[in-house]
Structures are given as C-alpha cells and as structure tokens.
Design a protein around this ligand. Structure first.
Ligand code: HEM
Length: 186
C-alpha cells in the first residue's frame, strides 16, 4: 500500500513523512489513502491522459511571453511605443502571473479539478482580453474595444480572487489531513 501511494504521485512523496516527525507513515487503509487524496487534488486515473493545470499555465505563459517579447522588439525597432501598455499587460498577466499560477498548482500537486481549471482559465482569458483589447483600443482609439479591456480586467481579477481562495482551501486541507494522518499513525 505504501508503494502504491508512492507511485500515485512522485511529486508528493513528502506527504509520506509523519507530520510529527516520528518517521514514515504506512498507508494501510483506504481511509488513509483518501486523506492523501485531499492533498493531491488530482485524479490518478486521468494522469498522463490529459493536460494538467500546470501544463496549461506554462504553455499559456510561454506563448504570452513570446508574443509580448515580439511586440517589444517591434516597438523598439520601429520606435513606436503606442502599444507599450498592451505589451506590459501581456507580459505581466500572461507570462508572469500564469507562470506563478502554474508553479503553485504543480507545487501542491493539483493536476485537475473544477476550481483549478476555472482559476487558470479565467487568468488566461483575462490576459488575452486585457492585452488584446488594450492593443486594439490604443491602435484605433475606437471605443467599441473598451468592453474587451473591462472584461479582461474583470477576468484577471476573478482569477486572482480564486487563486487566493484555493491557497486558503489548500492550507485548511493540509492542516486537516496532517491531523488525520497523525491520529492514524499513532
Ligand atoms: C524581448 C523582451 C522585451 C522587449 C524587447 C521589451 C521592450 C519594451 C519597450 C520597447 C517598451 C516601451 C518603452 C517606452 O515606452 O519607452 C517596453 C515597456 C514595458 N515593458 Fe517590455 N520588453 C520586453 C519584455 C518585457 C517583459 C518580460 C516584461 C514584464 C514581465 C515587460 C514589461 C514592460 C513594462 C511594464 C513596460 C512599460 C509599459 C508602459 O510604459 O506602458 N517587458 N518594453
């Protein structure tokens, strides 16, 4: 059972350490394995078959960085900085924020789940709408593009709010599981 738990998720082997530092925990019952699942947030049966949330975040982040950097290079060559705010938001919401979200989800072992996908998805859409809307508006001064910017900013803020909620839920789950595992190991 212990080996099965180890194989289930290499990234979370530290969970096998007894929170009371008394040594390695043994996972003898289904109940104990369920406690582990609280940490993992992913479904082992889906592992390797679909994209993990962190993969999505990193792919989005790298794509945003490539487009954002290209914009920067073009601005520099042409000496036309009209789109600088769009470039800045694509890099910061797209590259920086999405990469940080991805690192967090990978760190806690969240591979799937409704909350995580909504959080990451709204972050990606927020970056695209905000940067795209700003670029279109600044390039044309057409007011019709303003709703795109507003939608993007609301999605980006929603993503950050959900991120805060997930961090707090994860903290609570970790505490609950640590107590549970300590009780079972004793
Ligand atoms: C190949 C990489 C990059 C190039 C060539 C580039 C180029 C530029 C240029 C030409 C400007 C306009 C400067 C001006 O208005 O005088 C600018 C502004 C800016 N860039 Fe970049 N940049 C790059 C990467 C990044 C990255 C990775 C970030 C953030 C993570 C970033 C954030 C910003 C910000 C915040 C501004 C100010 C925007 C504003 O004043 O409205 N840039 N960049």
């Amino acid at each position: 059972m212990l080996l099965a738990a180890l194989r289930a998720d290499d990234n979370r082997t530290e969970m096998l350490l007894d929170p009371t530092s008394a040594g390695l925990l043994r996972f003898d019952s289904d109940e104990q394995l369920k406690l582990m699942a609280v940490f993992r947030k992913g479904r082992p049966d889906l592992k390797g078959k679909i994209m993990r949330i962190s993969d999505f975040c990193f792919i989005t982040a790298a794509a945003a960085a490539l487009v954002g950097m290209t914009m920067g290079i073009v601005m520099g060559i042409s000496q036309d900085f009209t789109l600088a705010p769009s470039h800045a938001h694509l890099n910061l919401l797209g590259w920086v924020s999405m990469a940080i979200y991805g690192l967090y989800h990978r760190g806690v072992g969240r591979t799937s789940g409704f909350g995580g996908w909504i959080q990451a998805g709204s972050g990606a859409l927020g970056a695209a709408f905000m940067a795209g809307g700003l670029g279109l508006y600044l390039g044309s001064h057409d007011e019709r593009f303003v709703p795109l910017v507003i939608t993007g900013s609301l999605l980006a803020a929603l993503s950050m709010l959900l991120f805060l909620a997930l961090v707090l839920f994860d903290m609570r789950d970790r505490r609950t599981s640590a107590f549970g595992m300590a009780a079972h190991s004793g």
